[in-house]
Design a binder for this molecule. Structure first.
Ligand SMILES: [Zn+2]
Length: 433
């Protein structure tokens, strides 16, 4: 192999870069899916929560077969123009704009919301000025970027996404005696505000703010009463995953608070849309939309950021004031995306994100998919089958678990030896959102 430092610019751009993703061993991760995908033994039985594919400074992917070893972040810093292309640099600077992941949730994750670009810039600046170290647990903004995210379920996938229609929440609150005192007049208020979206947001904000700021002792009394009634139902197998009670019990057991207190995030389960996605279905988490992954495996694509505000179901710091400023209090049914076929082989999951685009490529045996990384670098993840990836510089065979980084402005083909499935992360054409 030619030593990377002596390669010409054109040669670098034409190359195909196999990547080694980085596994994150968060405690909520599953034990089998990611190791099986990568063909590695998990002999230590460590939880394998996320596989990161990209150039995030927290865990950049390694370029396979390079001596000395080099990661994608260093490689892009050395060769920004050849790797990212001028159009991507003009829009996002010398960074890969997206982070690509496979996520396996065995246990529930916290309720989260991500800031807008403006909120992230202002929040990051303010915390820098206050001199809060970036690794301080009380620090909210790790960087100055927004983090819209899109994910596609690879297995049956359970999650919370956005606030339910308020009428549904009112029905639940009046049907569950322990919750009723939280909002005894919710129905009357709803009749008052009618369809006015602004007034509906204010009403929900007041209810949510009340829940998030109630004294802990009152919260414990309320949740102790509810859990004393529903835990026996859970233990007898009477509750199924379509019931918020099922997840409330799981949450209480997953997130015990110090001193026996209760996590108030449990109440959000009753206020949010509880979704079961089938494999191939997706949701988009715009800035401000609260969400929580409860169980299942997905492939996820997001802007290159780590900015998360937590809203409960966590032992970590909850900054209620920042949370109330960031959450979008709109309510209604969640939008489930099915993806849209744009060719015989490619299905794109359209989302209003300028930083990334995600599609699924399915190729029948002996068929070929033609592609070009026109607007920025591509990253391909092979989930199934065997394909020959080829461009002007050469070719390589891809099988399950193989990841390849393809520099911007590269034309390539994927020829399926057998029926194959890949996910493709890329930079979309700049459009006005
Ligand atoms: Zn998220």
């Amino acid at each position: 192999m030619m030593h990377p430092l002596h390669a010409s610019a054109a040669d670098l751009r034409d190359r195909l870069y196999p990547l080694q993703g980085r596994v994150q061993h968060y405690a909520w991760g599953g034990y089998r899916y990611i190791p099986a995908l990568l063909g590695i033994d998990n002999t230590e039985n460590k939880p394998c929560a996320e596989l990161w594919m990209g150039a995030h400074p927290g865990a950049p992917s390694l370029l396979s077969g390079m001596t000395p070893p080099v990661d994608l972040l260093q490689w892009i810093e050395r060769h920004p123009l050849e790797m990212l292309g001028q159009a991507s640099i003009d829009r996002f600077g010398g960074r890969l704009p997206y982070l690509f992941k496979v996520l396996d949730a065995r246990d529930m994750l916290s309720i989260q919301v991500h800031p807008s670009k403006e909120q992230a810039e202002a929040g990051f600046d303010a915390e820098e000025r206050l001199g809060i170290p970036r690794n301080d647990p009380k620090r909210t903004y790790k960087d100055d970027n927004h983090k819209p995210e899109l994910h596609v379920a690879l297995t049956e996938f359970w999650m919370l996404h956005g606030f339910r229609p308020l009428e549904e929440a009112a029905d639940t609150f009046s049907a569950v005696p322990e919750l009723e005192p939280l909002a005894p007049n919710l129905r009357l208020y709803l009749e008052d505000v009618g369809d006015d979206p602004q007034h509906r947001r204010e009403l929900l904000r007041a209810l949510y703010g009340h829940i998030m700021t109630m004294p802990q002792r009152e919260m414990d009394r309320l949740l102790d009463g509810l859990l004393a009634r529903i835990e026996p139902l859970f233990d007898r197998g009477v509750l199924n995953k379509y019931s918020p009670h099922y997840w409330a019990v799981k949450a209480a057991r997953t997130f015990p608070q110090p001193d026996g207190g209760r996590d108030r995030g449990i109440l959000s389960i009753y206020l949010m849309n509880l979704l079961r996605l089938k494999p191939g279905q997706a949701t988009f988490q715009a800035a401000g939309v609260p969400h929580a992954y409860l169980e299942g495996v997905n492939v996820e694509l997001m802007a290159n950021s780590d900015n998360v505000l937590r809203g409960g179901l966590t032992p970590k710091h909850v900054d209620v004031a920042a949370l109330l400023k960031t959450i979008d209090f709109s309510s209604g049914p969640a939008a489930i995306l099915q993806g849209e076929a744009i060719s015989e082989t490619e299905r794109i999951y359209a989302a209003p994100a300028a930083d990334f685009s995600l599609s699924c490529i399915r190729i029948a045996a002996n068929k070929t998919h033609v592609q070009s990384s026109a607007h920025g670098a591509d990253c391909l993840l092979t989930l199934q089958g065997e394909v020959i990836l080829a461009n002007s510089a050469g070719q390589r065979s891809l099988r399950r678990g193989d990841i390849v980084f393809i520099p911007a402005e590269t034309a390539y083909t994927l020829g399926a030896v057998i029926k194959s499935v890949l996910y493709r992360a890329t930079v979309p054409l700049q459009t006005i959102l």
